[in-house]
Design a protein around this ligand. Structure first.
Ligand SMILES: Nc1ncnc2c1ncn2[C@@H]1O[C@H](COP(=O)(O)OP(=O)(O)OP(=O)(O)O)[C@@H](O)[C@H]1O
Ligand SMILES: [Mg+2]
Length: 340
């Protein structure tokens, strides 16, 4: 378990996406859990607590089950400020061992939920998100809840830019002035959205930034539809589809079936949409110094996106770039000073 020194709140980066909730801690630990929960208590009694796989939480008078459940879809407008989001974040914090601790956190919103097209801040939405995660969550077990006493919200893909320009070296943080002074684009391929952010002279170029509602959850939906059609199924569980996407095979009636072609086809369809939007936003990126790919979709689609730009870079552990950047923003921009 992580202990805070002198009861000082622990700094935590929380990238609470529609597909996965990613956590970054100052000791370098990273953790991701599927953003998967459902309303109501689970109907399973766990005989051995050590293998418990469904956990119950209460917030705003509603009980939720998190873990190995068939999750309620997170793809709805209000997800970032919902009770569903709150219990999933609480579960991720419990999972990484922060039970009973107070934390300071930075989380994110998709670029178009954070800014209007003209670059104005969507203050109300940002405030709502800030307040939402600070609302209390009750853990329906002996574990103590994790309390969030400070919470700041930044645009998701911009977090990856902070991760790129703030470099940690031997306990110190240094601003990489070379990286900071050149125009850079970030492409964050996520579950529900793909975010674009262009940063130049430390400012966001709003004309080339925004979110496309397309990501790996679209691939998942296409795979689900394809499996249902091919095997003439009325329904298929979300967990089974997630497994099919990871392994290219689906187990039905006790037998494994290869669905690799179906998965590949679904990925290609989404990649085509992403490429069109990428060219629309960034062209060939001639005036950009580099294009940084982040997000879990970057991992899942890596072989399909490898030749989009001659000067593209894939972030280290791309799925965690935003969470790491949120943590760096919290530690070095909100709370501290940094050597330039
Ligand atoms: N290590 C990995 N290997 C393969 N695929 C992965 C990996 N991590 C994530 N993915 C895939 O990438 C998808 C998007 O993950 P990511 O965590 O970026 O989404 P998100 O941030 O929750 O979504 P959004 O940004 O839209 O809210 C996942 O649904 C999963 O299919
Ligand atoms: Mg994301």
């Amino acid at each position: 378990m992580t202990k805070s020194q002198n009861n000082t709140p622990i700094a935590v980066g929380i990238d609470d996406g529609y597909a996965y909730t990613k956590i970054a801690l100052p000791d370098g630990r990273l953790c991701a859990i599927p953003s998967r929960a459902c309303i109501g208590q689970s109907s399973v009694t766990w005989i051995n607590q050590a293998v418990q796989r469904v956990f119950e939480y209460e917030t705003g008078d509603t009980t939720y089950s998190v873990g190995m459940v068939d999750g309620a879809p997170t793809r709805f407008e209000g997800y970032p400020v919902s009770g569903l989001n709150r219990v999933i974040v609480q579960h991720a914090l419990q999972d990484i061992g922060l039970s009973g601790q107070t934390i300071h956190a930075v989380s994110g919103l998709p670029v178009n939920a954070f800014y209007r097209n003209n670059g104005e801040l969507r203050r109300e939405a940002i405030q709502k998100k800030q307040d939402s995660l600070k609302q209390s969550v009750h853990v329906r077990s002996e574990a103590l809840p994790v309390g969030i006493s400070f919470h700041e919200v930044i645009p998701e893909a911009l977090a990856a830019w902070y991760d790129y320009v703030i470099v940690e070296q031997g306990g110190d943080a240094i601003l990489d002035t070379d990286r900071m002074s050149v125009p850079v684009a970030i492409i964050d391929i996520g579950g529900r959205t793909t975010d674009y952010v262009v940063v130049k002279d430390q400012g966001i170029i709003h004309g080339s930034s925004g979110s496309l509602q397309c990501g790996m959850l679209d691939v998942k939906q296409k795979v689900a539809d394809g499996i249902q059609e091919r095997f003439d199924l009325e329904t298929i569980s979300e967990q089974r589809v997630a497994h099919a996407l990871e392994t290219n095979s689906v187990r039905l009636h006790g037998k494994d079936f290869d669905v690799g072609r179906l998965v590949d086809h679904a990925k290609k369809e989404v990649v085509e949409r992403l490429l069109v939007e990428t060219r629309r936003q960034l062209g060939m990126g001639i005036e950009l110094d580099s294009i940084l790919f982040v997000g879990g979709g970057t991992v899942a689609l890596v072989e399909h996106i490898s030749d989009w730009f001659p000067h593209q870079v894939i972030a280290e552990h791309p799925a965690f770039a935003n969470a790491r950047g949120m943590l760096k923003y919290l530690r070095y921009v909100c709370e501290g000073s940094m050597a330039a």
